[in-house]
Design a protein around this ligand. Structure first.
Ligand code: CU
Length: 469
């Protein structure tokens, strides 16, 4: 933001206080309160304060199994126990004291990057939180607007894909115009081992995520989260404001409400009504928009991503049910309840192709390259790991006792308790999809770097480990 837009800070206020007392009070932090957090589609009530305060936000990261679609479960990683994460509402100029706690049953460390923060990593730099611990940081909400927050722990894409995003509204000082209804709607995609609708507990599929080949595109974390008894509601004659976010991780939303026109759009979640009378607004991945409309006739309004196969074949369908008197001057005709129903999963299944074997290259050189792009985010570039979360590979007794443990960890993934150099780890390492030659190279590199002294692993060894599981 430019200095011109910067709200006067308390220090300026003190200077001017003696001169212009009235101008001062609105910018001085007064008192302290605990933020009200809500799960989607609910939004905390509008703030009625006309002064900034210290707001304490307590948010907990929780990993838990939940419903992605009928008969389909997913191991979600959440902010506050739900996907999307809890809605946070503060006022421009507020001093936010943010407490991030990571539930003791979590397998993963987490942190938070709020796009509303002016400061390194949006708070991520100060909030790396191991399971069973908590971290604290503070920021002043300098810029009003609607902002996405998300986890930014490596592998970042995986944490976001698993459900770690939400919205924080920084209300402008003057507040937002009053409306009758406010709702929280957040789009995102899921990438699963099986195709859309394949039953059971579906693991995250990193290959599909990298290809941006989403199996599910949904509002509020699950197919049908805004349908049937969970549909949004309003009455004829009311005004509705939707806080629309997009957690991505990859796709831009062409957000549209079938049967309605947005009277106002605050494009990209900024504070200007940038357009009136809009049919479809774009919501970027990691971005937001605010839309407002009055509802004039009863019936079922359908929220969609108008990239339309996502709506009918991947889940991006929601309902806003409007109750009240017909108004035939505005709309007359049949109200057919059988249109705009989900059509299910007949999506093409592009077979996954194995990465081609690496060219014959010195395994230590190839291994270093593969390590940097596939392992270093967790185990760190120097192989030292991160205490309590990612075990060290440098000098690991666990690894050097039996080098094939490394081959198995890469090929099959690794979970459950292990002890490395006297420290217990109970995390989850995802299987890393690499060719036999690539696994051989990276494991050889790990076994012979940072003072480690181990054998050379051949692609044949890897192939054997794959088939033995
Ligand atoms: Cu995370």
């Amino acid at each position: 933001m430019s200095a011109l837009l910067r709200p006067s800070l308390p220090i300026l206020c003190l200077v001017s206080a003696s001169l212009v007392n009235l101008n001062c009070a609105p910018n001085t932090i007064q008192g302290e309160e605990k933020a009200v957090l809500t799960a989607a589609p609910n939004v905390p009530p509008p703030l009625t304060r006309d002064y900034p305060t210290k707001v304490i936000v307590e948010l907990e990261t929780v990993e838990k199994k939940g419903r992605l679609s009928d008969g389909v479960e997913y191991e979600f990683w959440t902010f506050g126990g739900d996907v999307p994460g809890s809605f946070i509402r503060v006022r421009e100029g507020d001093l936010v004291e943010f407490h991030l706690n990571n539930h003791p049953t979590s397998k993963m460390p987490h942190n938070i990057d709020l796009h509303a923060v002016t400061g390194p990593g949006g708070g991520a730099a100060a909030s790396f939180t191991a399971p069973g611990t908590g971290t604290t940081f503070s920021f002043t909400a300098l810029n009003p607007g609607l902002f996405v927050y998300h986890c930014a722990t490596a592998p970042v894409g995986m944490h976001i894909s698993n459900g770690m995003y939400g919205l924080i509204l920084v209300e402008p000082k003057e507040g937002l115009p009053a409306v009758d209804r406010e709702y929280y709607v957040m789009q995102s995609e899921f990438y699963t081992r099986g195709d859309y609708g394949d039953p059971g507990l579906q693991p995250f599929d990193m290959g599909k995520a990298i290809e941006e080949d989403a199996d599910y595109v949904v509002f509020n974390g699950a197919v049908g989260a805004l349908a049937g008894e969970h549909a949004l509601a309003a009455n004829v004659g009311e005004t509705v404001r939707l806080f629309v976010g997009n957690g991505g991780p990859n796709l831009i939303s062409s957000f549209h409400v079938i049967g309605e026109i947005f009277d106002n759009v605050y494009q990209e979640g900024g504070t200007l009504v940038s357009q009136h009378n809009v049919q479809t607004t774009l919501v970027p991945a990691g971005g937001a928009a605010i839309v407002e409309f009055g509802v004039d006739v009863p019936g079922n309004l359908i929220l969609v991503d108008h990239a339309i196969f996502r709506a009918f074949n991947k889940g991006a369908l929601g309902s806003l049910v409007v109750a009240g008197e017909e108004n035939e001057a505005i709309y007359s005709g049949l109200q057919e309840e059988t249109v705009y129903l989900p059509e299910g999963g007949g999506i093409q299944n592009v077979p996954l192709t194995e990465a081609p074997d690496a060219e014959i290259e010195d395994p230590m050189v190839a291994g270093a390259r593969i390590f940097t792009s596939n392992c270093a985010a967790c185990h760190q570039p120097d192989g030292q790991g991160l205490r309590g979360s990612f075990p060290p590979l440098a000098g690991s007794d666990y690894l050097l006792d039996d080098p094939f443990r490394a081959v198995n960890a890469v090929v099959h993934g690794l979970s459950g308790e292990i002890v490395v150099n006297g420290e217990t780890y109970n995390g989850v390492m995802p299987a890393v999809r690499l060719s036999d030659a690539e696994v051989a190279a990276v494991v050889t590199f790990v076994l012979n770097s940072w003072g480690n002294d181990g054998p050379e692993i051949s692609p044949m060894d890897v192939s054997k480990a794959r088939s033995e599981h």
